[in-house]
Write a protein of this length. Structure first.
Length: 313
């Protein structure tokens, strides 16, 4: 996983990392964002229709081993599971294709992203950092949201507390180009839906749960039964924007079932493995290519820079 050749992208990635540090503090050995998490292992089995969309290696096999990481939002490793800032939750998936060969999906539980590109996102974080409780209104973040409707929509989107991280839906941020064996390409966005359906807690239930409720529940759940997710792709139609993560496609767009994720155990050395693994939002394999979304190269750079720092801690 190389750093982008574009020096501006790398500089912007470093600026964003510094903003995360300013917002959440330095926590050596942990991610700058989505710091609290748990890793599980399992397998992916493609559906009968998956090959009609892509010739990617993990779609051509009967099954592929996977490692997944569930996470809370923010760069706080000890953030309680029962506070609003823990949402949206994250789900990253690694498909192990061969020794040192893999492809990843990085997703979170709110559909979309607050800004079109990294420069807007940096402005968003700076506005948030400058808007403490003692700052009079209109605070910088209020001014930013007042002039950036996509960010306002993302912030205002419902972010309910899942009854379990295994009962939540997750969305990959950007679109990808899927190409099948015949060379036909369609753009799509991943949607990862729970096999048992969505279930959310009431405010009263949230107030009663413990600070590590979701991860304790996840470990207990997978110890008693496999956790299953459907890996799906919402397919774009001609005219749909495929390079802007702030824009939602109509719900009427076809959703193709790529296959089933089945998680069977917590990784025994989860904390150590979380420190080492660096997920990559760019697929980097034949059959699934990145779109022109400007967030992709930037996110890859941030994950790599943050990962190198984490490993050296």
């Amino acid at each position: 996983m190389p750093l982008p050749n574009d020096e501006k992208v790398v500089a912007l990635a470093n600026d964003l990392l510094q903003m995360f540090d300013q917002l959440f503090g330095l926590h050596p050995g942990f991610r700058a964002a989505h710091a609290k998490g748990l890793m599980l292992t399992g397998s992916f089995t493609p559906s009968a229709r998956a090959r009609s969309l892509t010739r990617a290696a993990h779609i051509q096999r009967d099954s592929t081993p996977v490692t997944v990481r569930f996470s809370n939002s923010t760069g706080l490793p000890q953030i309680p599971d029962n506070v609003g800032d823990a949402n949206p939750r994250g789900l990253a998936i690694r498909f192990h294709l061969a020794e040192h060969v893999h492809t990843d999906i990085v997703s979170h539980s709110t559909n979309g992203f607050p800004t079109r590109d990294g420069y807007e996102f940096l402005d968003f974080l700076r506005a948030a950092a400058a808007s403490g409780p003692d700052v009079p209104s209109p605070k910088p973040i209020e001014q930013f949201l007042g002039t950036h409707p996509a960010a306002l929509a993302f912030v205002q989107a419902p972010k309910p507390f899942p009854a379990s991280l295994a009962r939540e839906t997750y969305y990959a941020v950007t679109a990808f180009a899927f190409t099948n064996a015949e060379g036909h390409t369609r753009y799509g966005r991943y949607i990862i839906t729970p096999g048992q359906g969505n279930e959310y807690l009431t405010p009263e239930q949230v107030a009663a749960i413990g600070e590590n409720y979701h991860y304790d529940e996840l470990a207990q759940r997978v110890a008693s039964q496999p956790i299953r997710f459907h890996l799906r792709v919402q397919l774009a139609e001609p005219g749909d924007a495929v390079d802007d993560a702030t824009l939602h496609w109509p719900e009427s767009r076809e959703v193709l079932d790529l296959g089933m994720l089945e998680l069977t155990a917590v990784l025994p050395d989860s904390l150590a493995q979380q420190k080492q693994i660096i997920f990559d939002p760019i697929p980097r394999l034949d059959g699934i290519e990145p779109s022109a979304d400007p967030l992709l190269e930037l996110r890859a750079a941030i994950y790599l820079l943050s990962g190198r720092r984490r490993r050296s801690a």
